[in-house]
Design a protein around this ligand. Sequence first.
Ligand SMILES: Cc1cc2nc3c(=O)[nH]c(=O)nc-3n(C[C@H](O)[C@H](O)[C@H](O)COP(=O)(O)OP(=O)(O)OC[C@H]3O[C@@H](n4cnc5c(N)ncnc54)[C@H](O)[C@@H]3O)c2cc1C
Length: 518
Amino acid sequence: MPSISEKSTRPHRHRKIQARVAVVGGGIAGMASAARLAASGCQVVLFEANDYLGGKLNDRHSAGFRFDCGPSLFTLPETLETLFRDCGKDLKDYLQYDKLDLITRYHYGKGNFVDAWADQEKLGVELYDKFNEDPDKVRKYFKRIKWIYNLTTPVFLQKSIHRRLELWSLSNFLRLFALPFAGVFRSLYELNRSAFDKERTAQLFSRVATYNGSDPYRAPGTLALINHVEYGLGTFYPKGGMIAIRDALQKLINDLGVEVRLSTKVDRFHVFQNRIIGVKVDGNRIPFDRVVSAVDIAYAKEYLFSRDLLEPKMKTSDLGMSAMVFHWGIKGTFPQLDLHNLFFSRKYRREFKSLAAKQIPQENTIYLYVSSKLNKSDAPEGHENWFVMVNMPCDQKHDWDKITEITRNAVLSRLSTDLSVNVEELIVDENVMTPLTFEKTTRSYAGALYGPHSNSVFSAFRRYPNKHPRIHGLYFCSGSVHPGGGIPICLHSAQIATRWLMDGLRKSKGKHRSHSSE
Ligand SMILES: Cc1cc2nc3c(=O)[nH]c(=O)nc-3n(C[C@H](O)[C@H](O)[C@H](O)COP(=O)(O)OP(=O)(O)OC[C@H]3O[C@@H](n4cnc5c(N)ncnc54)[C@H](O)[C@@H]3O)c2cc1C
């Protein structure tokens, strides 16, 4: 089994080993939990089915271009700073990043665009100039969503809502009472539509529901907090591109002495009398004291639990969206494009109706990300690397070859019209990722990018907890369990799961000591 950490330094070798822990899955959440556990004195083995780490945070090189395969937007870098600090390291030694002045450029055809500036006052002026939106309403909106963020984050993102010890504090109790004022009983779109005069402003601020695979017309208004994350706290870009985040985490776990086993798929959790006792790999049982599952939860339910454990399977109707991503190496440069660009479909509501019915939208909203705008080495001189993403339902035995052909033509036609150029003639390198690609490369069930959707008021409570309710010693983190998807949220997930695990270890050691002293 290939290992990438043979030469790693093991700073905790002198300490007594707390426990032997297996982490299954080497995405963001898996690497973060492996780092936390190793820093807390556990002996950690991380199993990754692919021959590389990072999961969805991965890239591809072709014909002189570099393309990101997953995340493109980097927010809440403090979650990474906290991780490194908690592991006794300084993020600055591993990763550098810059704050972006312009968050997204929204294109409305014939060369018209709206720049969503990070500076809220400047954005207010832009929305007034382009949409005739009332700047006072923009100001009020930002105030309100900051309040929603401060109200909900400590309960729903930083803690487990399935662990009595963490949920039932007095301050959380008061926060739960305030929830009805935080838009939980209205959709994100409804909340935004009532906040602004103009439909286009509401649409612009509703789009963020898709950041966790949800539907702006059904997801609760609380998700407006994502706009506070973007406009209140900022968006960033790592030096060297998004892949630099993966590389920083990989170096961290190496420095902390995590043993990484690449190309090693875990076949089953090994459970005996409702207690995890290890994992099964290639027919062999490998004993561990604790296991952290950092894989897609729907996949884990389907494949990693043995039948006798009666783990209920997840319904595809509960899963959130997937995507189709085209990687186009483009000859030429486009000054009218920025790093992040968006072209709304002209039938936005209908797009989400189709997606909800797991059908292919007639017209897609197009997200176009050009990392070579900042990271020049991502494309040859005089070229750009286009990452073109559209929302798709997760796979339900769709004919993806046919859908790819139809979508490719529609996207090319839209971009060609809006950019006044024949885009197809400029493509010199091409690749496509469909929901099946995401399922195959990251083992995300049906290609759903963020696990279950957050389209209901109760979604947060229904997400899978970070510890198995019955099996002792089995913990969960990933973008598909509590608190949800996206890089910073996965980092919270890892923190919650490992805190629970370490608390459990201390508790069982305490019990053990008091028994032996009796
Ligand atoms: C196209 C796209 C765009 C995105 N855009 C953004 C964005 O702009 N900003 C943002 O913050 N987030 C974004 N995300 C979401 C973000 O990438 C994910 O939420 C996050 O990377 C998920 O990390 P994870 O650790 O939960 O899981 P994954 O990255 O899915 O990793 C799981 C790993 O587990 C491995 N595995 C599975 N089963 C086994 C097994 N049995 N044995 C061993 N290993 C196994 C898999 O091979 C995989 O490597 C995007 C995702 C995609 C796909």
